[in-house]
Design a protein. Structure first.
Length: 477
């Protein structure tokens, strides 16, 4: 991860100098939340937390950074000297990485002095937004595959070096079983997987010779790319010849399709493999796949064992970005904490004021039924009939008595700029995502017209927000 504190938007630095000059470097709380679900879906997967915490621990201005900043117009040398000792020394509360999350609710709560909190905004949003987008895409692809393996191999189409590494990490959390990215495999402990390229086949005197050479070297992991010349006319027959020799040694064959009509070809390939007695041979497919294509092919019974997904997985496909934002929720003024609120003519763009907690409410069976934002320190009482309100302050509300687990989602993960616990393994994060998904009814997870999961605010938070709105309207009268 980048550790230069210049990895921020330039206006964060100009504002930071303004806070410094005007004596506004007071304690503050910022929320990170997002406004709408990507891919027109019903859920998102929260990802990027551990890389963010790692980067925050090392976030500093180097001498070169300060020299560059000094050369920019408008910066006071005394402020540059102040930044020489800059480090993030605040506290962070966060939803556990891998959890399913929903619009408007705080994913992170940042407690720090105003300058520190302002400067880290770009790093926070860059890390959380991209990885949450890709983890969500990966979860959708894995759902579409319905238990079949998904291999991520988008390195060559990813958005630069860090884009590739971050995408691989997020894709594994979301549900991919492995990656083609060897460096990510090494650094993150993710299974590294691969087959062969068309260049391998074309480098030999014949397709059969290429297949035989590969099988001789990798008898325990032979997957042959059969569409270099003629998938059914030569690729499949030659693969069957090699597969039979492998079978005599107790080894299994895999074949890969990277072009053509996947539905038609996979069926013909399966038929040919089975007729040759290679019924345990696997079929891997790739070629511009996404969750909608995979879902269609799976529902129609295409005999595919492994789905290789690259471009549309590591770039987000038709969704360019995750709509995460970073907003001031409260700050200290004259020794007294004051909640703050951003207003908008669009109710969905107005923020929820004050320092907040977030709870996930479950029913007796362990299914999640609602997420509730409260003011910090406020609790939800089990068994007590309570009314929760829509965050937009309209008439929508829900009244019920929580009868299952009431789980706080925001926990302190960083104190004084230092992480409080070792980073979970990638396997633990992936398992958390799977567990979180299992706690939601399938209607919230479906691709087409998903049921909208309830995100509500408590009565006290609603009253605080309504008070802000009424005072604002009064000031404009």
């Amino acid at each position: 991860m980048n550790s230069s504190a210049l990895f921020t938007d330039f206006y964060e630095l100009t504002m930071a100098q303004g806070y410094w000059k005007h004596g506004l470097d007071t304690s503050a709380v910022f929320d990170v939340f997002f406004r709408r679900q990507p891919f027109k879906g019903g859920f998102s997967v929260f990802a990027g937390l551990e890389p963010l915490l790692e980067a925050l621990e090392a976030f500093r201005f180097s001498e070169d950074d300060l020299a560059w900043l000094s050369a920019q117009p408008g910066f006071d040398p005394a402020f540059i000297a102040y930044l020489a000792d800059f480090k993030f020394s605040g506290d962070i509360y966060a939803v556990p990485e891998g959890e399913l999350v929903f619009p408007q609710e705080p994913l992170l709560r940042v407690h720090a002095n105003l300058i520190e909190a302002q400067i880290i905004e770009g790093l926070v949003l860059n890390t959380i937004n991209f990885q949450s987008l890709i983890a969500t895409k990966s979860a959708r692809v894995a759902m579409a595959a319905k238990g079949k393996k998904v291999m991520e191999f988008g390195l060559r189409r990813a958005q630069g070096f860090d884009g590739a590494m971050s995408a691989t990490r997020a894709a594994y959390i979301g549900g991919a079983h492995g990656t083609s990215n060897a460096l990510a495999g090494k650094r993150l402990g993710i299974p590294a997987l691969g087959t062969m390229a068309h260049s391998w086949v074309m480098a030999f005197e014949s397709e059969l010779a290429a297949f035989e050479a590969y099988a001789d070297m990798y008898p325990d992991g032979t997957t042959l790319l059969i569409d270099t010349f003629d998938t059914l006319g030569s690729g499949l027959p030659n693969a069957i010849k090699v597969g039979k020799r492998l079978a005599e040694r107790g080894k299994k064959l895999g074949v890969r399709l990277d072009s053509g009509d996947i539905d038609y070809l996979s069926r013909k390939v399966r038929e040919g493999l089975d007729e040759a007695g290679l019924d345990d041979a696997s079929i891997v497919v790739s070629n511009e796949l996404d969750e909608e294509i995979i879902e269609t092919l799976v529902s129609e019974g295409a005999p595919v064992d492994v789905w290789g997904v690259g471009t549309h997985l590591v770039t987000g496909g038709d969704e360019a970005s995750f709509t995460g934002v970073y907003k001031l929720a409260a700050f200290e003024r004259g020794g007294v904490w004051s909640p703050t609120m951003k207003f908008s003519d669009n109710p969905d763009k107005s923020t929820n004021p004050g320092v907040k907690d977030l709870y996930r409410v479950y029913d007796e069976s362990g299914a999640a039924v609602a997420d509730v934002m409260t003011l910090a320190g406020e609790t939800i009482e089990p068994g007590k009939v309570t009314t929760f309100h829509h965050p937009s302050l309209d008439t929508r509300r829900v009244t019920f008595a929580p009868c299952g687990e009431i789980r706080p989602l925001l926990g302190k993960v960083m104190e004084g700029g230092r992480r409080l616990a070792p980073a979970p393994t990638m396997q633990e994060l992936r398992a958390r995502r799977a567990s979180s998904m299992r706690s939601f009814d399938h209607t919230f997870l479906r691709f087409l017209n998903p049921h909208i999961y309830k995100v509500s605010i408590s009565g006290k938070l609603r009253d605080l927000k309504l008070g802000f709105v009424e005072r604002y309207r009064g000031s404009r009268a």
